[in-house]
Design a protein around this ligand. Structure first.
Ligand code: F6R
Length: 240
């Protein structure tokens, strides 16, 4: 485990974008595992800037996203499809057919989970970007009695509904379920990069990376990953 300590969100975004850029430059046809939420937005903005300057080329990159809300259409402005297009894909030259997200509107969710797992195992993720839930979740792998394995439908916890209500009109509008890559899937990525910013993440950072490895703190499993980098700002590291 490697921890890169930075001052603030701006530095965090640059550091994370540098690591992703290096991956794309070294292996132009790499598979990037991508995340949504507030944490990676600055990273995506930095990648877009470097792309616009001509320093980055995403035309051979394949992307796979971590998760999607169940029941939100891809064009719903809070769906993760929409988020990814709005915050990254529409501003870079990634090919639409190389973009992959789980389908939260699939009629048969069990079949969709199987489809996504097969896809993940066929592609093999080179670099997985993660945010960290205030409760320690990664993707939508919530605290539980055991670590999840493959792609699955998850019931979001109160803590996650509370944290994500800021994007919706009220907490009642936050979808109660999501489809997410499993913890096993995440651990199969060759490299994992997490970005954590702000005081709200401090408890989870301390518990996940300086406490016991337990499914009650899903991110703690990353202590076992052979190439895991945490980029965190001073606020997120303030309890250490
Ligand atoms: C997003 C995801 C989540 C978020 C986490 C942190 O695809 O899977 O695990 O990374 O909830 O969200 P933010 O960055 O909004 O604090």
């Amino acid at each position: 485990m490697r921890i890169i300590r930075v001052k603030n969100y701006e530095e965090l975004s640059r550091a994370a974008a540098n690591i992703i850029s290096a991956q794309v430059i070294l292996k132009p046809d790499c598979v990037l595992g991508l995340a949504t939420g507030s944490s990676p937005v600055g990273t995506y903005q930095q990648l877009i800037k470097w792309y616009q300057k001509g320093d980055l080329d995403f035309s051979h990159v394949t992307s796979v996203n971590l998760d999607e809300y169940v029941g939100l259409n891809p064009d719903h402005d809070q769906s993760y499809h929409y988020f990814m297009h709005h915050n990254l894909f529409d501003s870079i030259n990634i090919h639409p057919e190389k973009i992959n997200l789980p389908d939260g509107c699939a009629k048969d969710m069990a079949a969709e989970c199987r489809r996504y797992d097969t896809l993940l195992r066929t592609l093999g993720v080179d670099l997985q970007l993660l945010g960290l839930g205030n409760n320690g979740h990664i993707g939508f792998n919530e605290p539980d009695e055991e670590f999840s394995k493959g792609t699955h439908v998850v019931t979001l916890t109160e803590s996650t509904l509370e944290a994500n209500k800021r994007f919706f009109e009220s907490i009642d509008d936050v979808p109660k379920t999501a489809i997410s890559m499993g913890t096993y899937d995440i651990m199969q990525a060759k490299r994992v990069l997490m970005v954590a910013s702000g005081k709200a993440k401090a408890e989870a950072v301390k518990a996940a990376f300086f406490g016991p490895i337990t499914p009650h703190m899903p991110a703690s499993i990353l202590q076992f990953h052979k190439d895991f980098t945490l980029v965190a700002d001073e606020d997120a590291l303030s309890l250490l």
